[in-house]
Ligand binder design. Structure first.
Ligand code: SF4
Ligand code: ZN
Length: 312
């Protein structure tokens, strides 16, 4: 086997097709962490002395993010893991346990919030009515999840919120917004302004890392993670977009990266134009909202109405 193109000492283990580098396992890990460091610096994501909340679900991406940020912090900023328990029987407990155990190993404080505690119902209960509305489980869940993470961030008194969205997530979301004709949302993807109107700034340090490389990092770092997907996951168009992008990347290595750069430029331009996100205060709960009444209040109302109707 050819030598590692970086240290020239150990056998190569992984070839980055988009750059042509062949790396040993150690150099692969070092270069991934370095890439995240550069992303953080380039986009001014985290500053000295910040109190950083890391959204840790217990999947490979979020556990790897916590580990990488811990390695990069070197005591310069503080990390607190924020975990949301949606309340999915027989699925969520394992992931929460993985998150708890990594936090313990790394000596990171963990704050857990639950849908039941925050909204008065679990995801299992909330989804009981969904078939009648023609909304996907994830679009309903996502509304509550974003609020739950905001609440966890407030509880932990963090100033920055890091999520584990990776390069693949970013370009898939960009393509999905294009295919849905949702031009306003393209502007929301801008890294430097996203969530500006919200109390906690959101950052995505894995934006320039391929999903496949995060999986490899988790494996090499012996991070145990939950591999079973949420039973409600229904991806529809997203999985078709993912397959298409994977096919393009296989034929033209580096294409996802080129798409990411185009997407960043487009979203940056749009976020400064008329399409920029307008934030109001929800008339019911006072939380930031893009409409008069926020999604959480609208959905909560429907869940309660349904519970009253069915007596559940
Ligand atoms: Fe919620 Fe969908 Fe994630 Fe399940 S997969 S936890 S339904 S967003
Ligand atoms: Zn509201």
């Amino acid at each position: 086997m050819a030598d590692c193109s970086r240290c020239r000492a150990k056998p190569s283990y992984y070839t980055r097709r988009y750059s042509g580098e062949s790396l040993c396992a150690d150099c692969f890990r070092v270069t991934l962490v370095e890439k995240v460091r550069r992303t953080i610096t380039k986009h001014g994501m985290i500053a000295h002395g910040d109190r950083v909340g890391v959204a840790v679900s217990g999947g490979k991406d979020s556990l790897s993010l916590l580990r990488v940020l811990q390695e990069l912090s070197g005591g310069k900023y503080e990390l607190i893991a924020l975990t949301v328990d949606e309340g999915v029987q027989g699925y969520r407990d394992e992931a929460i346990e993985h998150a708890r155990s990594l936090c313990e190993d790394l000596g990171v404080e963990q704050v857990v919030v639950s849908y039941s505690g925050l909204f008065g119902f679990s995801l299992d209960q909330a989804l009981d009515w969904k078939d009648e509305r023609g909304l996907s489980s994830c679009s309903i869940c996502g509304v509550f999840r974003r609020r739950a993470i905001d609440e966890a961030a407030a509880k932990a008194r963090v100033g920055v919120l890091a999520t584990a969205h990776n390069l693949d997530d970013y370009v898939q979301t960009f393509m999905m917004n294009l295919l849905h004709g949702d031009v306003d949302r393209l502007g929301w993807l801008d890294l430097s302004t996203s969530g500006e109107a919200f109390p906690v700034r959101r950052v995505k340090p894995f934006t320039e890392v391929y999903e496949e490389e995060i999986a490899l990092y988790a494996y090499l770092s012996k991070i145990p993670f939950q591999s079973v997907s949420c039973p409600y996951m229904h991806e529809g168009l997203r999985s078709e977009v993912r397959d298409y992008l994977n096919e393009m990347e296989a034929k033209h290595p580096g294409m996802k990266h080129v798409l990411l750069n185009s997407a960043l430029k487009v979203s940056s331009k749009l976020s400064k134009g008329d399409a920029a996100k307008k934030t109001l205060a929800c008339a019911k709960c006072g939380k930031p909202s893009s409409q008069e009444v926020c999604g959480v209040c609208r959905m909560t109302e429907i869940v309660w109405q349904h519970a009253k109707y069915t007596g559940s």
